[in-house]
Design a protein around this ligand. Structure first.
Ligand code: AMP
Length: 249
């Protein structure tokens, strides 16, 4: 069984992003970029399935600019067998990525597609769900545990107030939650090995996909600045301020 793992190149989670002065987006010039953390978890899960003998091949896919190659090399250093870069300089929205992934699902026929539950740059949380709809596949989102056997995947999901366990028939789409696993540390020998693995580059047009944006960002603004704190002399004043000023009690 092949496992397809889409990985997005995003601003590193440690970077404090700055909004551009024209409010059109955030400034990503000269900013450290990394693999979306939920996608690292997805690659780790796919590689574990291969190590258990459940999966036969793990294919990482990234859609975007040429530098996404670095993200794909990281995926292969974790253990993906080969990679596909769908290269474009266009802005890619979740529907466009889902259409690209649908075309790759048709071509590669994976038994499982494991995506991150959301990309930490745009926080869309849409691509996996859209892919499942376009490819007409069952989906289990926000997985905190995945067990694959007999052509089925048992997926535990973290829902409000507890856990829900679903069973989906393969092929299926799964999206990862934070507690699914802890991705392994990428070692230098594995980084070197990853450089020799196969990385194919295609264009969205080669897959017959129109990636034209459907949504327009009107503006992006910084969150309001936090005001300075005050020291209160006693509990009574604190309670009174929480009631009358903060209005939280
Ligand atoms: P989103 O719907 O944008 O929050 O993204 C959810 C997941 O879809 C991510 O965690 C990735 O697994 C996948 N994804 C989104 N955008 C891309 C992209 N440009 N290239 C590869 N995978 C992507």
């Amino acid at each position: 069984m092949k496992v397809l793992v889409p990985v997005k190149r995003v601003v590193d989670y440690n970077v404090k992003v700055r909004v551009k002065s024209d409010q059109s987006g955030v400034d990503i010039a000269n900013v450290k970029m990394s693999m979306n953390p939920f996608d690292e978890i997805a690659v780790e899960e796919a590689v574990r399935l291969k190590e258990k003998g459940v999966a036969t091949e793990v294919i990482a896919v990234s859609c975007g600019v040429a530098q996404c190659q670095e993200t794909l090399r990281t995926a292969m250093a974790i253990g993906a067998d080969r990679a596909i870069l769908v290269q474009t300089d266009e802005e890619l929205q979740p529907l466009a990525v889902a259409k690209i992934l649908k075309a790759l699902v048709d071509k590669e026929q994976p038994g499982l597609v494991i995506l991150g539950k959301q990309a930490i740059d745009d926080d869309c949380n849409q691509t996996g769900q859209m892919l499942a709809a376009l490819a007409d596949l069952p989906q289990a989102t926000f997985a905190s545990k995945v067990e694959v056997a007999d052509g089925k995947a048992k997926v535990t999901r973290e829902v409000d107030g507890g856990l829900e366990t679903l069973e989906v028939t393969l092929p299926a789409v799964i999206t990862t939650d934070l507690r699914l696993n802890e991705p392994r540390y990428v070692t230098l020998p594995n980084i070197m090995k990853a450089k020799k693995k196969q990385l194919d580059t295609v264009k969205p047009e080669d897959l017959g996909v129109d990636v034209k944006p459907r949504l327009k960002t009107l503006k992006v603004t910084e969150p309001p600045k936090r005001g300075a704190g005050v020291k209160v002399p006693d509990v009574a004043t604190l309670v009174q301020k929480l009631k009358t000023e903060a209005k939280v009690i």
